[in-house]
Design a protein around this ligand. Structure first.
Ligand code: AP5
Ligand code: MG
Ligand code: ZN
Length: 249
């Protein structure tokens, strides 16, 4: 039997709180956050070819081509720390990526545990994005109003510099990211709804409340007790087992 793994997908528009919740969930679920945006930013800061390629798309608020993104995710999910699964943050973002992830997990004899959609209105998303600050070292996420650092400009977790992401500072790029999201990522909601793994959450609550609602939504439901079989059926079963010479287990 395939090993039990957890592949949780968090999706929602830019600023809906995927990254914030994914970081909090890592310890609770014992699997790492895999955030495509963070991976691209890491490549960029290391000056890799992939980082340079991704930058041109990220600066315009457009999606990095699927082939590049999917192979980067596949490599990341194959790392030892993701052996028991991962919290996918920002991936998949369109139908092609959703299908590619399904194919990959199927190849590994597993599948998606749940896909959580964090819903939030556009006005609120703009407030979240424009006030966001991110640690340059560890990518921890803050907000000037909703979740400020204890010391101005210094990361609570690693002491690194907390800055505004380049793509958050450009309002036109932010608006474009949101347009692309609603155009390309919304069909992914229906894709997961069809697979009956979709959970929807109200992202307008505070960080703690969203976290609690998320844990409740992804908690496996207790198995329903099997209904007692009527006696007559048992007799029939016994009889047919005898008839076909089957051993009763
Ligand atoms: P990415 O890094 O994924 O950015 P994004 O999609 O724009 O998503 P965000 O990180 O903006 O939002 P979030 O939901 O994580 O919100 P957060 O938790 O920070 O991608 C960047 C770029 O990379 C893309 O534009 C694209 O070019 C490329 N890319 C990435 N993935 C790709 C893919 N799969 N395919 C192709 N290209 C890809 O929260 C936002 C703010 O709100 C924070 O300040 C936070 O402190 C605050 N906050 C969070 N929750 C709450 C709450 N409940 N109440 C109050 N404040 C809150
Ligand atoms: Mg994020
Ligand atoms: Zn940090």
């Amino acid at each position: 039997m395939a090993k039990k793994r957890t592949y949780l997908i968090l999706f929602g528009a830019q600023g809906s709180g995927k990254g914030t919740q994914a970081r909090l969930l890592q310890d609770k679920l014992g699997v790492p956050q895999v955030a495509t945006g963070d991976l691209f930013r890491m490549h960029l800061s290391q000056g890799t070819e992939l980082g340079k390629l991704a930058k041109s798309y990220m600066d315009r608020g457009e999606l990095v081509p699927d082939s590049v993104t999917v192979s980067m995710v596949e490599q990341r999910l194959a790392q030892p720390d993701a052996a028991k699964g991962a919290i996918m943050d920002g991936f998949p973002r369109n139908l092609a990526q959703a299908e590619a992830l399904d194919a990959l997990l199927e190849k590994w004899g597993t599948g998606i545990s749940a896909a959580v959609y964090i819903r939030l209105e556009r006005d609120e998303l703009m407030k979240r994005i424009t006030g966001r600050r991110t640690c340059k070292n560890c990518q921890a996420v803050y907000h000037v109003q909703f979740n400020p650092t204890k010391v101005d400009g210094v990361c609570d977790q690693c002491g690194g510099p907390v800055i505004q992401r380049a793509d958050d500072a450009d309002e036109a790029a932010v608006a474009r990211r949101l347009d692309i999201y609603f155009e390309q990522t919304t069909p992914v909601i229906e894709y997961y709804r069809g697979k009956q793994v979709l959970k929807e959450l109200d992202g307008s609550l505070d960080i703690d409340a969203v976290g609690k609602a998320m844990l409740a939504a992804i908690k496996p439901k207790p198995a329903r007790k099997a209904a007692k079989k009527p006696l007559a059926k048992k007799v029939v079963k016994k009889a047919s087992a005898k008839k076909f010479g089957l051993k009763r287990l």
